[in-house]
Design a protein around this ligand. Structure first.
Ligand code: PLP
Length: 376
C-alpha cells in the first residue's frame, strides 16, 4: 500500500482565534455564570464595543449578516413590489433578503476604479426607476465603494442607503468607517470573515428608534405583556451570549488582522504585480482597505483556472471573483443596469489565499506556484 503525503490545506480565509485567548475568557465567563442564553452581557458588550469601534450610535447583534440586511430592509420600509438597487457583483446574501421582502431587485454594475457599485450606472438606474425604495451598496473584498458620489446621489433622490459591509470591517473611507455612511450598515462574522464568531452579524445605525424596532423584530416581535403577545411578524435573529463572547475577543485583534491582510496584499503585489497581464484590485486615495481577500485580474495567456488548478494540486484554496447576480439562474429575470464590467471581473478575476494564519513560507510557496505558470 502506498501512502500519499498530503500538505496541510491553506485556506482562502479561515477562522483565526487570538493567540492571547481573549475569546475563551468571555466564553468561559458565560459558562461559569450559566449565562449561555438568552442574550446576556456578552451580547450587550459586543454591541457596545462594535458600535464604538465603527463610530455608530447603535448596534444590534444578530444571527447572521443576511439577517441584518433583512432587518435593514424592513427598517427602510421595503415591502411587496418595491424596487431595491443592489450591486450585481456580490454574494447572493446581499440580494436574497430583497426577495424575502417580496421586493424587486435591480442589479447595478461595477466600475473598474472600485470593483464596487458604479455611480454612473446608479445615476442611470435612478432615472429609470425614480420610485426606488432603497439602495444597497457593498464594499467588496474590503475595498470601499465611491461613497461621496453614492451618498450624494441617494440624498438627492431621497433614497434609503444600506451598506453591506460584511466584508469590510476595519476598512475606512476618508477616515470614516465603512458601514456608517448610509442609513443602515451591516457586518458579518461568518467563518471566512476578517473576524468571526463562527456565525453572526451586526446591524448598525444612528437611528436609535429604528434599531430598537429591529431588536424587537429579531426577538420574535414580543409585545410588552406577561403572556406571549404579538402584533407584528417576528424573527428569531438574535445572537447568543456564547457567540457574542467570541466576537468580543475577536474585536480585540481586528487591527492585527487588518495589518496581516495588508501584509499579504503587499507581498502578492510585489511578487506577482509585474507578471504579464496581471492587474491587482484597485487602490484609491480615499481608501484604507482591510484587504479581506487579495484579488487580481488576468488578461493574458495564463487564465484564472490555471491558477485555481495549480494551487488546488498543492491543497491550496483560491476562488473566482463573485459571479454577478444578473448571471445567476435565480436572479437573471431581474433588470440589470451597466456595461458588463462585473462580467469581465468575474471572467478574469482571482481571489488569492488570504488566510491570516499563513506564514512567509506559505506565501512564498504560493507565489512560486503562480509564477511557474508564466514560465511554461
Ligand atoms: C457581501 C456579503 N454580504 C452578505 C454576507 C452574508 O453574511 P452572513 O454569512 O453572515 O449571513 C456575506 C458573507 O457571507 C457577504 O460576503
Amino acid at each position: 500500500m502506498t501512502t500519499t503525503k498530503v500538505n496541510k490545506r491553506i485556506f482562502l480565509s479561515s477562522p483565526h482565534m487570538s493567540d492571547e485567548g481573549y475569546e475563551m475568557e468571555y466564553v468561559k465567563e458565560a459558562f461559569d455564570t450559566n449565562w449561555i442564553a438568552p442574550l446576556g452581557e456578552n451580547v450587550n458588550g459586543f454591541e457596545r464595543e462594535l458600535a464604538e469601534k465603527v463610530g455608530s450610535r447603535a448596534a444590534v447583534a444578530l444571527s447572521s449578516g443576511t439577517a441584518a440586511i433583512h432587518l435593514a430592509l424592513r427598517a427602510a420600509g421595503v415591502g411587496e413590489g418595491d424596487i431595491v438597487f443592489c450591486p450585481t457583483l456580490t454574494f447572493s446574501a446581499t440580494a436574497n433578503p430583497i426577495i424575502y421582502q417580496n421586493a424587486t431587485p435591480v442589479f447595478i454594475d461595477s466600475n473598474y476604479e472600485t470593483w464596487n457599485m458604479c455611480p454612473k450606472a446608479l445615476e442611470e438606474a435612478l432615472k429609470k426607476y425614480p420610485e426606488v425604495k432603497a439602495v444597497i451598496v457593498v464594499h467588496l473584498y474590503g475595498l470601499s465603494a465611491d461613497m461621496d458620489r453614492i451618498v450624494e446621489l441617494c440624498k438627492k433622490h431621497n433614497v434609503v442607503l444600506i451598506e453591506d459591509a460584511a466584508e469590510s470591517l476595519g476598512t475606512y473611507y476618508k477616515g470614516k468607517h465603512t458601514g456608517t455612511f448610509g442609513d443602515y450598515g451591516i457586518f458579518s462574522f461568518n467563518g471566512n470573515k476578517i473576524i468571526t464568531t463562527s456565525g453572526g452579524g451586526m446591524l448598525v445605525s444612528d437611528n436609535e428608534e429604528k434599531m430598537a424596532k429591529a431588536k424587537f423584530w429579531a426577538t420574535q416581535s414580543r409585545d410588552q405583556a406577561r403572556h406571549y403577545q404579538h402584533s407584528e411578524l417576528g424573527f428569531n435573529y438574535r445572537m447568543s451570549n456564547v457567540v457574542a463572547g467570541i466576537g468580543r475577543g475577536q474585536l480585540k485583534v481586528l487591527e492585527q488582522r487588518v495589518d496581516k491582510k495588508n501584509y499579504i496584499y503587499e507581498f502578492y503585489k510585489r511578487e506577482l504585480g509585474e507578471l504579464e497581464g496581471v492587474k491587482f484590485m484597485p487602490s484609491n486615495d480615499w481608501d484604507a482597505p482591510n484587504y479581506w481577500l487579495s484579488s487580481m485580474t488576468l488578461n493574458g495567456i495564463v487564465r484564472p483556472s490555471d491558477i485555481f488548478d495549480a494551487l488546488e494540486a498543492e491543497n491550496i484554496e483560491s476562488r473566482p471573483v463573485w459571479k454577478p447576480m444578473h448571471m445567476q439562474p435565480f436572479f437573471e429575470k431581474y433588470d440589470f443596469i451597466g456595461a458588463g464590467v462585473s462580467e469581465k471581473l468575474f471572467e478574469n478575476g482571482v481571489c488569492l489565499p488570504s488566510d491570516t494564519k499563513m506564514s512567509d513560507a506559505d506565501l512564498t510557496k504560493i507565489v512560486e506556484i503562480i509564477k511557474g505558470l508564466w514560465c511554461k
